[in-house]
Design a protein around this ligand. Structure first.
Ligand SMILES: Cc1cc2nc3c(=O)[nH]c(=O)nc-3n(C[C@H](O)[C@H](O)[C@H](O)COP(=O)(O)OP(=O)(O)OC[C@H]3O[C@@H](n4cnc5c(N)ncnc54)[C@H](O)[C@@H]3O)c2cc1C
Length: 386
């Protein structure tokens, strides 16, 4: 477990490299098939990955957000499966964190040990067919009936949906209240009225499953409300701060590994009698890639530090925006450096480019990160009509 490894990071990193090496052999085939690896999920849980941020009392490692970012960078450097990295982040940051911060003792004891140990999988269900960027305009309803809530609605693009045991679901207790009516709930896969169907095929991040979650007369005990009634917007805002600050932490490792691969290739590949790294168009590209990686790492570390408090600054959004765009740029540049080799189907570069594009959409599009930052700068956001 992580607690054992905190004193011996290099042992943990060695084991992460072992899991990554095994995944390397299967990644092309699993990417084509769109297959999630339950085996790797369990192996990461055994190494304490899912529990990194969870207090030791619930079976976790009790890491700070900064320590989490450092470990996830190494995990990302070792793991070729970006879908799995997204799946891990979705559970850790958007399920475990809200349960930890807004759940009561019984909810924490009921859900965290299973999620940390890999026995169960969590998913975050906010988006709906008609609401994406304007997430808090959701239409899923929760009606109080005695000691229960009855949920009705439809959630879409739920990462981990098809494999999840527990969902954090956002619904409104009174649509006339607008976003102030939004409330969070813990819904279990086997609750009556829950129907999960696999989502459409994705362009990238294909080894993370996603799906639709339909809730029809879904009756859950009132004790499964996460936080207070009408506190859902706050739960969601805090969840987004965690996600935006840390969902791309593994990509710091992915980008670092790609830069190393590009440097190696540029020193081997020869044209016009010289290795291509000799040409400034190539070497300067590599310098820009390195610069973006350093900047992404700095902003991630600052955003992670800010998370340790309750700060509501712009660092999570800056981090999400900058790092996801840096990831796309890295693989576009890598493709140029590798020429036609970078354009071959089923190869590392095209797969990573497809995956990186997805990271500019999940946890809010780049446009929305800019809107939120502009709002924090005293400009015009939110701009919801009516
Ligand atoms: C890989 C992946 C994983 C995901 N996982 C989950 C998950 O686990 N749980 C979940 O609930 N959701 C998930 N999502 C959904 C994700 O949160 C939404 O895709 C995202 O919020 C954007 O919503 P949308 O796709 O409906 O686009 P829309 O909101 O319809 O936006 C369409 C376009 O309009 C732009 N736009 C919209 N409003 C504005 C505005 N005010 N100003 C400027 N531009 C604007 C957007 O930037 C975008 O370019 C996932 C998405 C992806 C791609």
């Amino acid at each position: 477990m992580m607690s054992k490894h905190r004193e011996d990071r290099s042992a943990l990193f060695r084991e992460l490299r072992g899991v990554g090496a095994d995944l390397e052999e299967q990644i092309s085939a699993r990417d084509r098939a769109g297959e999630f690896s339950h085996d790797a999920w369990k192996r990461y849980a055994e190494l304490g990955v899912q529990g990194l941020l969870v207090p030791r009392g619930y079976g976790g490692g009790g890491c700070t957000p900064l320590e989490y970012a450092e470990v996830m960078e190494e995990l990302g450097a070792a793991c070729p499966d970006n879908g799995l990295l997204l799946a891990l982040g979705a559970q850790i940051l958007a399920v475990q964190q809200p349960v930890q911060e807004f759940g009561d003792d019984r909810q924490r004891a009921a859900y965290l040990p299973g999620l940390v140990s890999g026995r169960s999988i969590g998913a975050h269900a906010m988006s709906e067919p008609a609401t994406g960027s304007d997430a808090l305009a959701l239409t899923t309803t929760a009606r109080r009936e005695g000691d229960a809530y009855v949920l009705d609605g439809h959630k879409r693009y739920v990462t981990n949906g098809p494999v999840a045991d527990v969902f954090v679901v956002y619904a409104t207790i009174d649509s006339a209240l607008g976003f102030t009516g939004v409330t969070a709930f813990l819904v279990e896969r086997h609750d009556a009225g829950v129907r999960v169907t696999p989502g459409e095929e994705k362009m990238g991040l294909r080894t993370a499953s996603w799906g639709d979650v339909a809730l029809e007369d879904c009756r859950i005990p009132a004790s499964r409300r996460l936080g207070a009634e009408k506190q859902g917007a706050k739960v969601f805002a805090r969840t987004m701060a965690w996600e935006r600050a840390l969902i791309l932490a593994p990509w710091l490792g992915v980008i670092r590994r790609e830069i190393d691969a590009c440097v190696g290739f540029s020193r081997r590949r020869r044209q016009f009698g010289k290795h291509i790294g000799h040409f400034q168009s190539v070497s300067h590209r590599l310098v820009d890639m390195r610069m973006r990686w350093e900047m992404a790492r700095l902003v991630t570390r600052r955003a992670a530090e800010e998370l340790a408090g309750q700060g509501e600054g712009i660092l999570p959004e800056l981090c999400k925006l900058y790092t996801s765009e840096a990831a796309v740029e890295t693989f576009r540049e890598s493709q140029q450096i590798h020429g036609a080799l970078g354009y071959t189907g089923g190869g590392r570069i095209e797969r990573n480019l497809r995956d990186a594009l997805g990271m500019t959409l999940s946890s809010g599009t780049s446009d929305m990160q800019r809107n939120i930052i502009a709002g924090q700068m005293g400009l015009t956001w939110p701009d919801r009509e009516g």
